[in-house]
Write a protein that binds this ligand. Structure first.
Ligand code: CP
Ligand code: NVA
Length: 302
């Protein structure tokens, strides 16, 4: 992880270990240890899609590292009126020191990172959500002491969360089974890239065998609203409910990137149960993103 965090391909296993050590320190010593990594730095934040956790945790995190978070309303920027991604990157490079961006196209984020002089952090695209999965892996490590556990991802196996979780499995040595219908299965390329850590299984019950963690995500991701009816129908057998959780290990824990839709991808009897660790997971977004920014800015100032 030198300049940008665009996918989890930008971080290696040694850096992940270092990131987790720093995250743990930032979490336990919040308010006293942050230092001034971002002192004097202005970090832009573009969110072309809705966000609660990502936007707030980045804004708070940038502030706590001594930087100035600047929310940039894409609809009010000229990029929303046709200014090119490259021109925007060149202009912003004259002002700001970093950009956190949530948008639709992964290719746009990669072009922006190529053209910009500042670090770019992917805060979710249609294809990937690396910051989320770093927080998830850290949460698993907090609970189990290791990431070498078995996690089942249930539902839309081609979503940004599933894609990044597969890369996260490869990065951390976690065993991941993605359980989904054929229509929403992970791509063959990504499965090949992440083998043997990540694999696909069509049968939700079989996938659950020996699972330590069960993870799900919304059935209708932002930008896919037109497919809602079809997704509700095809993904119904993959709802995470108490009966399905009963097929996993005894102390199985439930993860969800949130927002959750009770009665769709998860039943209230799981979401609101002791199995659920989703709010610890959400909190860890803040700590892990502060660690990501600390490592990026420490590296580039060398
Ligand atoms: N999990 C997540 O990224 O949440 P937001 O969409 O609220 O940022
Ligand atoms: N897959 C979801 C994740 C939300 C954090 C979406 O893209 O809407």
């Amino acid at each position: 992880m030198y300049k940008d965090l665009l996918t989890l391909r930008d971080i290696n296993a040694g850096e992940l270990e270092e990131l987790f050590e720093l995250t743990a320190k930032l979490k336990s010593e919040r308010g006293t240890f942050e230092g001034n990594t971002l002192k004097g730095k202005s970090i832009g934040m573009i969110f072309a899609k809705s966000s609660t956790r990502t936007r707030v945790s980045f804004e708070v995190g940038i502030h706590e590292l001594g930087g100035h978070p600047m929310y940039l309303d894409q609809g009010r920027m000229q990029i929303g009126r046709g200014e090119t991604v490259a021109d925007t990157a060149h202009v912003l490079s004259r002002y700001i020191h970093g950009l956190v961006i949530r948008t639709y196209s992964q290719a746009d984020v990669e072009e922006l990172a190529r053209e910009a002089s500042f670090p770019v952090i992917n805060a979710l695209t249609d294809d990937y959500h690396p910051c989320q999965i770093l927080a998830d892996l850290f949460t698993i490590k907090e609970y189990s002491g290791t990431t070498k556990v078995k996690t089942v991802f249930m539902g839309d196996g081609a979503s940004n969360i599933a894609n990044s979780l597969m890369l996260g499995a490869k990065l951390s040595g976690m065993e991941l089974v993605v359980a989904s219908p054929k229509e929403y299965a992970p791509s063959a390329e990504l499965l090949a890239e992440c083998a043997p850590y990540a694999s696909w299984c069509e049968d939700p019950v079989e996938a659950m065998r020996n699972a330590d963690y069960v993870y799900t995500d919304v059935w209708v991701s932002m930008g896919f609203e037109e497919e809602r009816a079809r997704r509700m129908e095809i993904l119904a057998p993959y709802q995470v409910n108490k009966a399905l959780m009963g097929k996993a290990n005894k102390n199985v824990k439930f993860l969800h990137c949130l927002p959750a839709h009770r009665g769709e991808e998860v039943a209230a009897d799981v979401m609101d149960s002791d199995m659920s660790i989703v709010f610890d997971e959400a909190e860890n977004r803040l700590h892990v993103q502060k660690a990501v920014m600390s490592m990026i800015y420490r590296n580039i100032s060398k």
